[in-house]
Design a protein around this ligand. Structure first.
Ligand code: NDP
Length: 315
């Protein structure tokens, strides 16, 4: 039978390119979890995806109710769930003020981490009950949250501190809107959320890999400088960033190539190792990459897990 992969944020960029790459193999049906149904269906059509190769299901990660409803709706499709890809993200580098999810969490961490945390926790039992030979839960990470790299050292650096802001609810009322308790900084909030993504993947691995047989993985697909992720950046940045990445850092990767990389992590029979953060070298060969000290801190991962559970109503 075909495999079924859920991809969040499949209406543009990496998520769309991955959906397309999987659909084209004829071996996958993609459930596109998207907040804008019309945009997603137009994007799938423009990408040339066969209409039988995907199903769009509404998902707004900025609302925990929407996440729960998405899980119900997906179950009603009565398709097995073989792979889940947590890909959607928001990045607000120029925001002066924080914005909030429906549950009153700062938006970047609320969408990129907390929404996905609830989604992944809810769908774990579905993955477990699938009879697919290689079941996977993939959380897209980033080099920018990784302070052991050059790109991860561009200020403001990711730093979760002692998680006091998160423990306080990240709402700017009783607590800071930043995980470490500091002042709002949109670029840092994004990087922090990506560290959360990488810590969460490893904590899933420690808690559930043996018991469920599910492979947990994260990846840095390369710098896809052309995606909508940079839509809120100043125009000059958007103009110069792609050539800068292409010719200066040479970290640039096209949406198509990045989509193939993520599709590999979804389906390649050789990438079954769990607890791994994949990257690709210049020749586009995948390798197991090292995470920064903070992004591989097991105590922090456990603490993050426990606080996140409370915030999303699982504990
Ligand atoms: P895009 O902005 O193109 O894609 C992000 C997707 O997330 C869009 O489909 C967007 O939906 C969706 N999304 C945003 N908010 C929500 C929400 N509240 N609920 C549901 N979906 C939402 O960016 P990329 O493709 O670049 O980013 C994809 C992933 O890749 C992210 O995890 C990012 O961190 C990661 N990444 C990107 C890199 C890059 O260089 N671009 C580098 C490293 C990692 P909509 O279409 O409706 O806006």
């Amino acid at each position: 039978r075909k495999g079924t992969a859920i991809i969040t944020g499949a209406s543009s960029g990496l998520g769309l390119a991955t959906a397309k790459a999987l659909a084209e193999t004829g071996k996958w049906h993609v459930i596109m979890g998207c907040r804008d149904f019309l945009k997603a269906s137009r994007a799938a059509k423009a990408a040339g995806m066969d209409k039988d190769s995907f199903t769009i299901v509404h998902l707004d990660l900025a609302s925990l109710d929407s996440v729960r409803q998405f899980v119900k709706n997906v179950r009603q499709l009565e398709m097995p769930i073989d792979v889940v890809v947590c890909n959607a993200a928001v990045y607000q580098p120029t925001a002066k003020e924080p914005s909030y999810t429906a549950d009153c969490f700062e938006m970047s961490v609320g969408v990129n981490h907390l929404g996905h945390f609830l989604l992944a926790r809810e769908l774990l039992s579905d993955l477990q009950s699938s009879d697919y030979p290689s079941k996977r839960l993939i959380i897209v990470g980033s080099i920018t949250g990784n302070t052991n790299t050059l790109a991860g050292n561009v200020p403001p650096k990711a730093n979760l501190g002692d998680l006091r802001g998160l423990a306080g609810g990240l709402n700017g009322i009783g607590s800071s809107v930043m995980i470490d308790g500091g002042e709002f900084d949109g670029a840092k909030a994004y990087k922090d959320s990506k560290v959360c993504n990488m810590l969460t993947m490893q904590e899933f691995h420690r808690r559930y890999h043996e018991e469920t047989g599910v492979t947990f993985a994260s990846l840095y697909p390369g710098c896809i400088a052309t995606t909508g992720l940079f839509r809120e950046h100043i125009p000059l940045f958007r103009l110069l960033f792609p050539p800068f990445q292409k010719y200066i850092t040479k970290g640039y990767v096209s949406e198509e190539e990045a989509g193939k990389r993520l599709a590999q992590v979804v389906s390649d029979p050789s990438l079954t190792k769990s607890g791994v953060y994949w990257s690709w070298n210049k020749n586009s060969a995948s390798f197991e990459n090292q995470l920064s000290e903070e992004a591989s801190d097991a105590d922090k991962a456990k603490k993050l897990w426990e606080i996140s559970e409370k915030l999303v109503g699982l504990a």
